[in-house]
Design a protein around this ligand. Sequence first.
Ligand SMILES: [Zn+2]
Ligand SMILES: [Zn+2]
Length: 280
Amino acid sequence: MPCHICVTCGVQHAESDRPPAACSICEDERQYVGWGGQRWTTVPDMAGRYRNQLDDQEPGLASLRTEPHFGIGQRAFLVQTPAGNLLWDCLSLIDEESVAALAERGGIDAIAISHPHFYGTCVEWSAAFGDAPVYIHRADAPWVMRPSSSVVLWDGEAAEPLPGLTLVHLGGHFDGAAVLHWPAGAGGRGALLTGDTIQVVMDRRFVSFMWSYPNLVPLKPEQVTAIASRMAGYDFDRMYGAFEGRSVLGDAAAALSRSAERYLKRMGAGPGGLEGRRGA
Ligand SMILES: [Zn+2]
Ligand SMILES: [Zn+2]
């Protein structure tokens, strides 16, 4: 039986004879059902019409995105470390060419996904690389549309899917939303792969924070304060966001704190914003 992929969010659902009646991820207020109604595809249907583009970002880090644009249009990342390779976030299309390209770089030892919008076909990516574990925060377990024994639900505030890589639970955009801290990135100054809960914006000196991006629903000020405070314990010079070109390529930790300050100020959180709250 095929596993259907929602055309709007790109998330693959459990196998079923007929397409599911609805996509829970798109019916959620944070997303939307495609304007033409709920539509589905499958990996075999996508083959030949789409391809995955692999781009080097820096030594040890490559991005992967589907062309032409599909679903939400996010990029995934291959992080190479001496302890193994991690696929951060995921895509909907998996094909022989992409599997071969990643295999050439040492394959995938673990997969970790920032939040439900980017689950893609993670179960198939896992299967293509020896049933690599797929790390998903337990708070987002209800959003796993294709259950699998490869899914590892992690709890608490941090996890280490491979030695030297830390998943940091931030919440916000989704209760289980997480980022990936790669201390060896940016030439040893550290890099943060942010998914959606920290969003690198068009002015790439800043990030922002939303509960829903397509429907423009902001996070509460206290959630933004919590995200910035939580990240204050990590060093990173670069932030790689979920979308093409959306990266902060220097002094990224400062970019995160000044972005939180700006957000709180615009939300009327008062002078002192973050600092005042930290001291409180
Ligand atoms: Zn969907
Ligand atoms: Zn999202």
